[in-house]
Design a protein around this ligand. Structure first.
Ligand code: TXD
Length: 319
C-alpha cells in the first residue's frame, strides 16, 4: 500500500510542528508548502534530519509550488498572516481571504479528493471561505478549533480538581474566539459530571466560571506571554488528532468547525459542533441538548460567525 501524503500549507510555527508530529506518528510522507522561499525547504531539511535519531523514514520536502501537493490525502492549512499592531480586523480578514482563495484553488487543482483541515484565523470564516474557493464537498473541509479549546478547558479542569487530564472529558462548542461556548453540562471527570465533582471537591460555581472564562481567552493568554506569536504546539496536536480520525476511520466524536445544515437552528454556516470524523470526513453532526443559557451563548457565537461571513462577502464579490 502506498504511503499516505500529508500536505501542510503554511510552514510557520504550526506548520513546522505539524510536520514533526506527522513524521513522528508515521502518518505518511509530508510536503510543507509556503509562499516564503527557503522556509519550507529549510524546515523540511531540518526535520528530515530527525529521521535517523527518531527512526522514522517519512519523506519530508519543502516547496513553493502547488504542484507538489498533488494527490495529498490530507491537507492542513495554516497559511496566512497574524494581526499586527495598527491592522484592523477587516484588514486581516481581507488579507487572509485572499490567501484562502489561492490555497482553495491550489487544493481544487491538485488534490480535490483530500480531507482538508483549516486552522487559519478567523477560523470559522476562513474554513467557510476555503470550502467555497476549493469547491470541495463540505464533509471534506473542516476547521480546527474545538479540539484545542476543549483541550484547554480539560487542562484547566484537571489542574483545578487535581486529577489526571486523561480522565477529563471537556466540551467546547461554537465559534473560535471570545464567543466560544464551554459546555459544562457535557463535561465530565471519568463520567462524573463536572458540576457534581465541583461539589465533591468544594469548588464554587464562581470558580468554575473563572475556568470557563480562562478557556475562552486561552489563546490570548499565550499570545500575551509569547508576545511575538500565538500558540502552536497544542493547535498542531489537535489538528493531527483530526487527521488521524480521518486516515484511520476512527469515527471519533470531535468538536470541529463544520458546515451545519439545520441542526442547532443553524443553516449553511460553519460552526463548532460535535461531529463524527471517519473515512468520509465529517460524517455526522451530533446534536446535543443544551441548557437555555448554553443555547443563548451558542446563538451569540453563531451571530458573530454570520457577521464575519457578511464581511467576507463584502470583501470578495465571488463569495
Ligand atoms: O485554534 C485555532 N484555529 C488556532 C488558529 C490556534 C492558534 C493559531 N491559529 C491561527 O493559525 C493563527 O492565527 C494563524 O492564522 C494560523 C497559523 O499560525 P502560525 O503560528 O503557524 O503562524 P505563522 O508562524 O505566521 O505561519 C503562517 C505561515 C507563514 O510561514 C507564511 O509565510 C505563510 O503562512 N503564508 C502563506 N503560505 C502559503 N500561501 C500563502 N498565500 C501564504 N501567506 C502566508
Amino acid at each position: 500500500m502506498a504511503r499516505k501524503k500529508i500536505a501542510l500549507v503554511g510552514a510557520g510555527n504550526i506548520g513546522g510542528t505539524l510536520a514533526h508530529l506527522a513524521a513522528l506518528k508515521g502518518l505518511g510522507d509530508v510536503v510543507l508548502f509556503d509562499v516564503a522561499e527557503g522556509i519550507p525547504q529549510g524546515k523540511a531539511l531540518d526535520l528530515s534530519q530527525c529521521g535517523p535519531v527518531e527512526g522514522f523514514d517519512a519523506s519530508i520536502t519543502g516547496s513553493n509550488d502547488y504542484a507538489d501537493i498533488a494527490g495529498a490525502d490530507v491537507v492542513i492549512v495554516t497559511a496566512g498572516v497574524a494581526r499586527k499592531p495598527g491592522m484592523s480586523r477587516d484588514d486581516l480578514l481581507g488579507i487572509n481571504l485572499k490567501v484562502m482563495k489561492a490555497v482553495g484553488e491550489g487544493i481544487r487543482d491538485n488534490c480535490p479528493d483530500a480531507f482538508v483541515i483549516c486552522i487559519t484565523n478567523p477560523l470559522d470564516a476562513m474554513v467557510w471561505a476555503l470550502r467555497e474557493f476549493s469547491g470541495l464537498p463540505a464533509n471534506k473541509v473542516v476547521g480546527m478549533a474545538g479540539v484545542l479549546d476543549s483541550a484547554r478547558f480539560a487542562t484547566f479542569l484537571a489542574w483545578e480538581f487535581g486529577v489526571s487530564v486523561k480522565d477529563v472529558n471537556a466540551f467546547v462548542l461554537g465559534g473560535h474566539g471570545d464567543t466560544m461556548v464551554p459546555v459544562l453540562s457535557y463535561s465530565t471527570i471519568n463520567g462524573i459530571p463536572v458540576k457534581d465533582m465541583a461539589k465533591i471537591k468544594g469548588i464554587s460555581e464562581d470558580r468554575l466560571g473563572e475556568i470557563v472564562q480562562r478557556t475562552r481567552s486561552g489563546g490570548g493568554e499565550i499570545v500575551g506571554l509569547l508576545k511575538t506569536g500565538s500558540a502552536f504546539y497544542a493547535p498542531a496536536t489537535s489538528a493531527i488528532s483530526m487527521a488521524e480520525a480521518y486516515l484511520y476511520d476512527q469515527k471519533r466524536i470531535l468538536p470541529c468547525a463544520v458546515q451545519v445544515d439545520g441542526k442547532y437552528g443553524v443553516d449553511g454556516l460553519y460552526v463548532g459542533v460535535p461531529v463524527v470524523i471517519g473515512a468520509n470526513g465529517a460524517e455526522e453532526v451530533i446534536e446535543i441538548n443544551l441548557t437555555d443559557e448554553e443555547k443563548a451563548n451558542l446563538q451569540v457565537s453563531v451571530d458573530a460567525v454570520k457577521e464575519l461571513l457578511d464581511a467576507c462577502k463584502a470583501l470578495d464579490s465571488s463569495l
